[in-house]
Design a protein. Structure first.
Length: 328
């Protein structure tokens, strides 16, 4: 059964798609939850098996919570039930993009968990798993004395000043002066964040407080595609997610999550002289079996933005090796 507490399996109470359903409350042992938005029929069985199937294939038995539409395809809902996923119906809004709404939903979904339970919020369309994301010693140590409680993840090579889309999100919402000050700051990806439940609430509160203010000031601060990453980067650099000792910033190719988007897809220039749009092969590290590796040669637990490495990974993600029967 799925729903782990330190390796002991406990049955999930609810795997229906009814609004208001909730996972088990804490029983005093540390629990793990992976949450993400998988809204609409674009997130059908064929795609979501790559997220859920690879995660379950690692041996992970913790909770999985996914936001779905009220008319979500029955095939994928049946798959979720079989694989111990708790679907949560998400109501769209004319005033907010789903990329915003998910942050409100995340906070509701994790409310029943204990403060020291571990939470990973992740994009679902372009993430797959190669090992249990919670078993690494640095992750297990989150929230303990002398250790951070929140992990953020940088993209390869780019800074706010060199990545025009990220710079545009910040200058558009907080002004050219704010963007200029962050020119040398690394681009952090808002698609994956990992921490204790207490730290995740602190992070989500900071994001939501700023969203509530800025979305009322400018349409671009609520409607621009990907704008949540602008908030993520701006607020990190304003140091409102926590103190330096509370936050661990992992560079690309380090830690539990390997964000490979700009590893395989970069604008034409010195690091991409041919202008190839995706699947660049000069940086992505893999072993002889195809597993994606960190810089130190260890297997990356989580690979995010894998679809930018399409040629290398499309046949690897959720194959017999990475999904097995758990993709069905």
């Amino acid at each position: 059964m799925f729903g782990t507490t330190q390796g002991k399996a406990t049955q999930l109470v609810d795997v229906s798609a009814e609004a208001g359903s909730s996972p088990l409350v804490s029983n005093g042992k540390r629990r793990f939850v992976v949450a993400g938005l998988a809204y609409g029929n674009d997130h059908g069985h064929f795609l979501m098996r790559k997220f859920v199937g690879t995660l379950r294939n690692t041996g992970y038995e913790g909770d999985i919570i996914l936001g779905v539409s009220k008319n979500q395809d029955e095939k994928v809902l049946d798959y979720y039930k079989k694989r111990g996923v708790t679907p949560k119906v998400v109501t769209p809004s004319d005033n907010l993009p789903l990329a915003f709404i998910r942050f409100y939903e995340y906070k509701k979904w994790i409310e029943p968990y204990a403060d020291d339970d571990l939470v990973l919020v992740a994009d679902t369309a372009d993430t797959f798993f190669q090992s249990d994301p919670f078993i690494q010693p640095e992750v297990q140590a989150l929230g303990s004395a002398g250790s951070p409680d929140l992990m953020l993840f940088a993209e390869y090579l780019v800074t706010i000043g060199t990545q025009l889309i990220n710079r545009g999100w910040i200058s558009g919402c907080w002004g050219e002066g704010a963007a200029r000050k962050l020119n040398d700051a690394p681009v952090l990806c808002s698609g994956t964040t990992l921490g204790t439940k207490k730290a995740m609430v602190r992070y989500l509160d900071a994001m939501l407080d700023e969203m509530e203010v800025k979305r009322k000031e400018k349409a671009g601060c609520r409607s621009a595609k990907g704008i949540d990453q602008g908030y993520h980067n701006y607020l990190f650099n304003q140091k409102v997610f926590g103190t330096e000792s509370q936050i661990k910033l992992w560079q690309q190719g380090e830690g539990p999550i390997n964000t490979v988007g700009t590893v395989c897809s970069r604008p034409q220039g010195p690091t991409n002289p041919t202008g190839k749009e995706h699947s660049l092969d000069d940086r992505l590290k893999r072993d002889d079996e195809g597993w994606v590796l960190n810089e130190d040669g260890s297997k990356s637990a989580v690979v995010h933005q894998w679809n930018r490495c399409w040629d290398q990974l499309v046949s690897f993600v959720c194959n017999e090796q990475t999904c097995g029967e758990l993709g069905e």
